[in-house]
Design a binder for this molecule. Structure first.
Ligand SMILES: [Zn+2]
Ligand SMILES: [Zn+2]
Length: 503
């Protein structure tokens, strides 16, 4: 639903295509009341304002003091140049924007008329839909099938075997060695460890090779067992149980093949919204935040018809900015997984090379709702992250974009920075035949050196040069924080003049 003020103003702005600013709420009280009454647009912007205030540095250098004293002053609508409806919270000193768009109801391309089953955990929402996405990808996606056919044989050293326990809703599991199993299809879990250490496999610990119930495992693992069996699989790979955590030799050998483990997995289950293992894949969802609001707007023929109001950044909020995707190790897990289910806060998303879909858009998330900051979106039909390019220039740009994203991730140990990128570096080496030097590529070194620290973020997070030696100062890996590449140099083939000086 929409509050009366939003409904009236949205209709007015869209019908008249008026580019002026229209004030909706003039006080925080009025704004929060509309949010609490479940106005779709007000509650979406309200949640962004709350997140912003929680994340703000307590002594931000860039924020005027009045912005903190007056957390909310005015809320307004504006139609921008691309005719996107912007809802803006403004204090006069800073602005938070929410962008919305409207789709005609009943458009078969979007399958939007089915409401997401809310008030239930996402597990019971759409298992048929998950199976359908997986089956369609395996049977009909040409690019995904081609990629599968090119894989060389590989099996992880250890896998978890999962089956239904004797008591209702309890799963049974044990560890099995890959060499005994032979080639079997398996799934992988991508998750945040968080501050709570999950159950770990330690040296000399053979007990996990025997039958166990799942009740003492973190909720995320139990939910992943449920997804594994729902999708018709029996084997699953989870890092903390399939790598001996206190054995440096095992850790190094398994970490170096982590890329292959995810690449060969039939599908990755990503606990995208969860900050640690206790939160799980499945979440109880708020009806107001999931199902879109309906508003009557004129069709092209001028008749008033129902439209669905949607937040343009829902994929960005739900997936790209989710806790899991701020973790360094996850970059290659996501890049190298051929298929992935994202269990996010609001919806379950499917990602493969030919399709990005959601419960709202099971046949494909429309272009307008993709996160425009994601990588390689012009190269794969579904916008899935990938380094699969024939074109060397695109490959080079993809690596630079990857570095930009990767350098902004968090690492529990700075020394993991190179090892957590090994799978992707191997892939790049296979594709280019080039030599990898401290995170850069030798034949393209003159362009690869054109990185700069991301100044804004550096101020915010107070991160500069890494405290322990990891790479020479000319490598992006030496900067302890986000870096960005200047695409003027990366994208062009022209020669660059390079001057070297030594002190
Ligand atoms: Zn409203
Ligand atoms: Zn596919």
């Amino acid at each position: 639903m929409l509050c009366q003020k939003c409904e009236t103003l949205i209709t007015l702005v869209i019908v008249t295509k008026c580019r002026c600013e229209h004030f909706i709420h003039n006080s925080a009280t009025e704004f929060s009341a509309a949010s609490e009454a479940n106005c779709f647009t007000c509650s979406y912007l309200w949640s962004l304002v709350q997140e912003h205030l929680e994340d703000s540095d307590p002594s931000p250098k860039h924020l005027h003091p009045s912005a903190r004293e007056i957390p909310v002053s005015r809320v307004k609508f504006r139609l921008d140049e691309e005719m996107t409806l912007r809802m803006i919270w403004s204090t006069g000193e800073e602005w938070i924007h929410a962008r919305f768009t409207a789709f005609p109801a009943g458009d078969p391309a979007f399958a939007m008329d089915r409401k997401v089953d809310v008030g239930t955990f996402s597990t019971s929402a759409q298992p048929d839909l998950w199976r359908q996405w997986l089956r369609t990808c395996m049977e009909s996606h040409e690019k995904c099938r081609e990629k599968q056919a090119q894989l060389r044989p590989f099996m992880p050293d250890r896998l978890i075997e999962v089956w239904e326990g004797e008591t209702n809703k309890e799963y049974a599991w044990r560890l099995v060695r890959g060499c005994i199993l032979g080639p079997v299809p398996y799934l992988t879990l991508s998750h945040c460890w968080g501050t709570a250490q999950p159950v770990r496999l330690m040296r000399g610990d053979d007990t996990y090779y025997h039958f166990h119930t799942a009740s003492f495992l973190p909720k995320t693992y139990q939910d992943a067992f449920s997804v594994t069996l729902t999708l018709g699989f029996r084997y699953l790979w989870i890092d903390s149980l399939c790598i001996v955590q206190d054995d440096e030799l095992d850790w190094k050998s398994q970490s170096s093949v982590m890329g292959s483990i995810y690449e060969h997995s039939a599908c990755t289950i990503a606990a995208t919204w969860a900050r640690d293992g206790s939160e799980g894949c499945f979440i109880r969802r708020e009806p107001s935040s999931i199902n879109s609001a309906i508003i009557k707007l004129p069709s092209q023929e001028g008749q008033l018809i129902d439209h669905h109001m949607l937040a343009i950044d829902s994929y960005l909020d739900d997936v790209t900015s989710a806790p899991l995707n701020s973790r360094g190790w996850v970059t290659q897990e996501r890049f190298l997984s051929r298929r992935q289910f994202n269990f996010s806060r609001k919806e379950v998303y499917w990602e493969c090379d030919e399709l990005i879909a959601s419960e709202h858009f099971p046949k494909g998330v429309p272009d307008e709702l993709w996160d425009l900051t994601t990588l390689n979106q012009d190269t794969t039909p579904g916008g899935h992250h990938s380094l699969d390019f024939e074109d060397k220039s695109k490959l080079r740009q993809a690596w630079s974009a990857l570095v930009g994203q990767y350098s902004d991730c968090e690492f529990s140990r700075n020394s993991d920075k190179f090892i957590a990128l090994t799978g992707l570096a191997n892939k790049m080496r296979d594709a280019t035949g080039d030599e990898y030097v401290a995170g850069l590529w030798r034949k393209d070194l003159h362009r690869q050196l054109c990185w700069v620290p991301d100044i804004d973020s550096r101020f915010r997070f107070d991160r500069f040069t890494a405290t322990t030696y990891l790479a020479p100062t000319w490598s992006w890996a030496n900067a302890d924080g986000p870096v960005m590449y200047d695409l003027r140099y990366i994208a062009r083939e022209r020669r660059l003049a390079l001057t070297c000086r030594s002190n």
